[in-house]
Structures are given as C-alpha cells and as structure tokens.
Design a protein around this ligand. Structure first.
Ligand code: ADP
Ligand code: MG
Length: 702
C-alpha cells in the first residue's frame, strides 16, 4: 500500500487543488461563498466548472454526476458525459459549463415526494452544495466526477436529506453565535456542527449470501435457528482481525482515503462477523456525505473480495444488531469546541449554559430525536441485545452529574470532581488519570468528554435526519436563552438563574444507570419520559404543533415538508414489511416446506421398514421424530396461510398510517408465527437437506 499522506484526498477537488488551479479572484469568491453563503455569479461558475472538468479528465473521468440523497434512504446519481454537440467536422469536445455544475434537472417523478410535487410539475432540481467537495470515483474501467448536491422541487421544497441538513446548520450557527457573543466572543465568525459517524456492519461470505433469498431481498434473515455458539464468549469483540477481512479493510481504507474520507479506526465488534469503521469527524454535511461513501465503499469492495457487506440494523435475530454512533459537537471557525468543558467545568459558565440548553432541548424534543432514528430495520434492533433502549435519556458522567447536582441543590457549583489516578500495580506501566466522564455504553445520548454521542441511529440510515434534529433543537434552546439574556440587566445573575432553572426543570432527562435494564423502563415511565417502541408510533411526532412551530421558526422544514416526510415514512415502512412478508411466503412455500415434506416422507418410510421387520406392534424413535416433524409441519402450513391472508388484506388498506399500522400489528406477528416452527424444524431436519446456510455457517465461516 502507498503512503497514506500521498494518497489521502488525491481524488478530491479540495481546497489545495482549488487554490492551485483557480484564478486568485475566483478562488477568493468561492471561499467567501463557502464561508458566508454568498451567491456565486455565473461567470465565476463557468471558470470553476472548466477547471473542475480539466482536473477530473486528468483523473480519467469521462462523466459527471450530480450526487444527491432523495428520501429513499440511498443516494442517487445520474451520469452525463462531458460532451458537446458534434461540430460540423463531426468532432466533439469535452465540455462542462457553470450552469451544469450548479444546477441539475433530474426527472423527479419516481422519487418519493409524499404528495409535495404534483405530477404536472414533476421536475426536480439538484443544486451544488459547494461546502462539500466534489470528488472523482474510480471504477474498473473509468471514472466519474461526483458533485454533492441538494435536491428540491420546482417550488424549492426539500425532497432530500441534504436540504434540511444545510438549513439546520445555518440555524444553529446563527443562534450559537448569538450566544457566544453574549459571553464576549467577538472573533468567531461561524459555528458548525462537527460529526463523526461510527459505522457498524457485518461481513459474510458471498457464496453463502447468494443462497439466502431473505438476505438478498430484505437485507436480513427472516428464518434461522440460533447456532450452538453465539456471542456469549465475547471472544470476537476487539479480537484479532482475520486475514481475509484485513485485506478487505485495507482496500476499503485506501479507496476512502483517496476520496478524502478519513477512515481511522477499525475493529471487530461484539457479534461474530461484525465490524466497525470510524472516520475522523468532519463538518456535519460533509460527514453525512462521507458516511454514504463509507457504506457504498464497504459494499463494493466486499463484492470484489467475494464477500457481502450487510448494513441492515438486525441481520440476525438474537445476535447483536448494527448501528451508527453519531458523535456531535459544535466548533467555531477559529477552532473552539463549544462543548469542551475544560478542566474545571463548574467555572465554565458558557459551557454550563450550553449544556443545560441541550438538556432542555433533548427533554422537550425526545420524541423527535427518537423519530430521527426510527425506521423499519431499527425497530428490530432498539431495545434488544446490546442496543440502546427506545427511551431517550442523557448520560453526563460522574463529573458533570455532580456539577449539576450542586447547581440544583445550592444554586452554586463550587468544585469539579476529577478522574482518579489509574493505578495498575505494575511499576513499568504508566499511571494516568481516568476519564472523569466515564463511559456508559447503554445510554442513547451520552456526553463523552467534549461531544455528545447519539447511539440510536440505524446502520443503514443516513445520519442526516438525526443531525437535522440535533442542530435545530439546539438552535431553539440557544435562541430562547438568548432572548432572556439579551434583555437582562444583570447578565451574570441572569445566566446563573437560567442555568439553575434549566438544570432543575430538565433533570429528569439525565440518567446515568443501566439503560438496558427493566428497572429503567419503569423508572422512565415514572419520570414521564416517552417510551416510543416502534417507528410507526414515532412517525406522528414529526407533525405535532411543537415540531411544526420549531422547524418553521428556524426555516428548517415547513409544515408541508414535514407532512410529506411523515407520509413517505409510513409508506416506506409498509413497503418494507410487505417485501419481508412476501419473501417469507416465497421461501417457506418453495424452499422450506418441500424439504420438510421430503424429510417426513423419509422418516415415514423408515418407520414402515422398522414396523415390517418387527413381528409385534412396536414403537420406534423414527416414529417419535416423524410425529414431531409432522406437528411442526402442520403449524407451519397454518401460519403460512395466515400470513398470506394478512399480507393480502394489508394491500387493501389505505396507504399511509392505516396501512403501516396494519403491517405492524397484524402482519409482523404473523411473520413471527411462521418463523417459530420453521426455526424449530431447522434443528430437526438433516443438515444437508436444509435449503439454506445456517446462522452458524454465515457467522463463523467467513
Ligand atoms: P468510541 O470510544 O465511541 O468508539 P472515539 O472516541 O474513538 O469513540 O470517537 C468516535 C468518533 O467520534 C470518531 O469518529 C471521532 O472522530 C469522533 N469525534 C471525536 N471528537 C469529536 C468532536 N469533538 N465532535 C464530533 N465528533 C468527534
Ligand atoms: Mg461510539
């Protein structure tokens, strides 16, 4: 492998490339656009487009693509060649104009719009997000220039993940600046959310994957008995990474580095076959784009290694699921992390105000935060096997919890606890201070030193929605604090009172104990915290009055946009479960039942042979086995008919909430009911007859 510093960002049209290639004036204007959000004039855009094209052609690109994130959960791209109309002499030129760089017009009628876009104006626009650098992506035969864009309707309504994300970044920038100005900061010009998304995934062998129709159609196993060995020995977590996986990871890293994604950490995760990749944090919208690249690269590189990457939140029932830890902080353009408490948090009044504002924000909008991580796959994961519960709470760690307690009880925080020295008892090992913000892995929203870690996001999901909510609820809380403080006669007194007020009023959201325990579920109910068990139950929080008011006030999403997102979410929920149910029907009737019948017939023959050989009436083991198999076969057939009836019934329900709810309450239990006898049969039927690889084969034989 080449040196990281040489290859890092080699395929990115980044700041140093722009500085080297663009005329000074154009470069300066583009920088200003990026920094201040100023408009870019057409002539400048032409110059940038030309240079970008020349650079991309040198990298082997023949095409460019506006790259965007519609509300399908995946990214979308439409490729156009750098090609002018043929001249009189029949020759063509490689051209790319400023207009083509700035604006694209994909036919939007096939992307979800939740009723926002009437068919007569099905046109959609992609607009260049110049704050996320363009890059060249290579494939086996060529290369394409990718231009990160936002996707809107003719009337400017957001049809994607990116547009509200950029709007929310603006909102939190404005309010956070207002707040730090009150504390005498006159130099910072921008506040940007910084985000680092840790990505969990499974890797399995591709040959085996291809034998599992459930994985192919739905990304998760719909059948499968537990293997004799699971994750109980904890021998996979941080274990030695196997050579085949290591080769795969090396290639993933190299590809990501070239595209400017700073993949940094990799390790084996809790479950067998599960791994994690974490990049170094970046500006929120760039982090969201990079996370999409991480997911795409994991999949494409795995394919080349004859492996399959599973990004589903719960590919295997009963085994640890996959998520995405969204690390979030606020950074100024001059490098200050506003969530850094410093050594003595009790004296850091600005930090305490920001912290208590965030507590208030999370407490008031716990439902929205929960919703931002809600989707059909994550329903299988949250609250099960080492994933955060569906209840939102904040973990602060001993040190901050103590400062908060002092504030609430006496109105004054006079000291900060410090991490004790870690004494290993071995002279040759260095002693060091333990983190005073000790880790609690069970919390869905944990303060980890100088950032918050939101751990609910599903592994397949874009991180955009979670950050839209984080940025906007923070903006709202900062705004309300500034409204009070800007009018205050005695600023110090007013800040002091406000911190105490927020800390006391929202103390219920703080929880430092074991989030996986049943006691917490009961305690949270006593505190009145919402426990929203499923995506279908979470979706309505998008359009409550409280949500609409906030998103409209900060120009992040309009009521119509929120309503459209709600409809899209219901629809995609229903569609996903429908596919799962139909895949189950298919697999059960065409693959499993025939095999079980064959096995039962074999047993029946064997019973007959034994009986014929016996002179008197006798019972044999084969007969017992036959009884058990036949009983389960009957259960399975009954469950299959029931699932088929309910799935058909679901298609007659009104699209939207009614249909989604029917899938949740009627179809999903019927799926469980079909799975149960099938999984028991897997344990009885001869291994070489079972029509698909088992959990053991998939998880342990990579
Ligand atoms: P963990 O212990 O949860 O595995 P790390 O401490 O290694 O995690 O960090 C996880 C992620 O948090 C990384 O992507 C890292 O870049 C990111 N991160 C670190 N500091 C910040 C910060 N100030 N703001 C946002 N993300 C951060
Ligand atoms: Mg983490």
């Amino acid at each position: 492998m080449e040196n990281i510093t040489e290859i890092f960002g080699e395929n990115v049209f980044n700041d140093s490339v722009m500085q080297a290639r663009l005329p000074k004036k154009v470069y300066a204007q583009l920088k200003e656009t990026i920094r201040e959000g100023k408009e870019l004039d057409a002539a400048m855009a032409d110059v940038i487009a030309h240079e970008m094209k020349e650079w991309a052609i040198e990298k082997g690109a023949t095409h460019y693509s506006h790259w965007f994130q519609p509300l399908t959960g995946a990214t979308a791209e439409k490729h156009d060649a750098f090609l002018s109309a043929p001249k009189e002499n029949g020759k063509v030129l490689m051209e790319f104009s400023g207009k083509e760089l700035i604006k694209g017009e994909p036919d939007a009628s096939s992307f979800p719009s939740g009723g926002l876009r009437a068919t007569f104006e099905a046109r959609g626009y992609t607009a260049w997000d110049c704050t996320s650098p363009a890059f060249v992506k290579k494939d086996e035969k060529g290369a394409t220039l990718y231009i990160p864009t936002a996707f809107c309707s003719y009337k400017g309504e957001a049809l994607d993940e990116k547009t509200p994300l950029l709007r929310s970044m603006e909102a939190v920038n404005k309010q956070a600046l207002r707040l730090i100005r009150l504390f005498g900061n006159t130099t910072s010009r921008r506040v940007t959310p910084s985000v680092g998304a840790e990505q969990e995934y499974f890797i399995i062998d591709r040959e085996k994957y291809l034998k599992r129709k459930d994985l192919i159609f739905t990304g998760r196993t719909l059948f499968g008995a537990m293997p004799p060995k699971g994750q109980e020995l904890d021998d996979h977590y941080f274990g030695v990474i196997r050579e085949r996986i290591m080769n795969f990871m090396r290639e993933v890293n190299e590809e990501l580095w070239k595209m400017g994604v700073s993949a940094k950490t990799q390790h084996n995760e809790v479950a067998p076959g599960q791994h994690e990749l974490a990049p170094i944090y970046a500006q929120c919208n760039v982090a969201a784009d990079h996370n999409q690249l991480v997911m795409e690269t994991l999949k494409s590189v795995a394919y080349r290694h004859n492996l399959q990457c599973l990004l589903h939140e719960k590919p295997f029932a009963g085994v640890n699921g996959s998520g995405k830890h969204n690390n979030w902080s606020l950074t100024t353009d001059d490098g200050i992390n506003l969530l850094d408490p410093g050594k003595t948090p009790h004296e850091n009044i600005q930090f305490l105000l920001m912290l208590t504002c965030i507590l208030k924000a999370v407490d008031c909008h716990a439902d929205l935060l929960r919703e931002s991580a809600a989707d059909v796959g994550n329903d299988q994961r949250l609250g099960a096997d080492e994933a955060p519960p569906a209840i939102i709470s904040v973990y602060l760690g001993e040190q901050l919890e103590d400062v908060l307690t002092q504030l609430i009880s006496t109105g004054e925080a006079t000291h900060s606890l410090h991490g004790e020295r870690l004494n290993t008892g071995v002279r040759t090992l260095p002693d060091f201070r333990k983190d005073a913000t000790d880790r609690n892995r069970t919390s869905p929203f944990a303060f980890t030193g100088n950032k918050f870690e939101f751990r609910m996001v599903g592994s397949r999901d874009s991180i955009a929605s979670a950050n839209v909510v984080l940025n906007t609820i923070a903006a709202e809380a900062f705004c309300e604090a500034c409204d009070v403080l800007e009018k205050a006669e005695d600023f110090e007194m007013a800040v002091h009172d406000l911190i105490k007020k927020y800390a006391s009023e929202h103390a219920r959201i703080v929880f430092n104990g074991n989030g996986y325990s049943q006691e917490w579920v009961e305690e949270a109910a006593r505190r009145g915290l919402p426990n929203i068990a499923s995506a279908v139950d979470a979706i309505p929080s998008l359009t409550t009055d409280k949500s609409v008011q906030m998103f409209e006030k900060f120009h992040v999403l309009t009521k119509a946009e929120l309503e459209s997102r709600r409809e899209i979410k219901y629809e995609s929920y229903a569609k996903a479960v429908n596919i799962e149910a139909r895949a189950m029907l298919d697999i059960a009737s065409k693959q499993i039942l025939p095999v079980v019948v064959e096995y039962a017939t074999m047993l029946a023959h064997s019973v007959n042979e034994v009986k014929a050989a016996c002179s008197e009436a006798c019972t044999c083991v084969q007969e017992e086995m036959l009884c058990e198999v036949s009983g389960l076969l009957k259960d399975m057939k009954g469950a299959l008919d029931c699932l088929r009836a309910r799935t058909d019934e679901a298609s007659h329900k009104a699209a939207g909430e009614e249909q989604a709810r029917y899938f949740k309450t009627e179809v999903e239990p019927a799926m469980q009911a079909l799975r149960a006898p099938a999984d028991r049969l897997e344990m009885l039927v001869a291994k070489d007859m079972w029509p698909m690889p088992s959990y053991g084969d998939l998880l342990f034989e990579v």
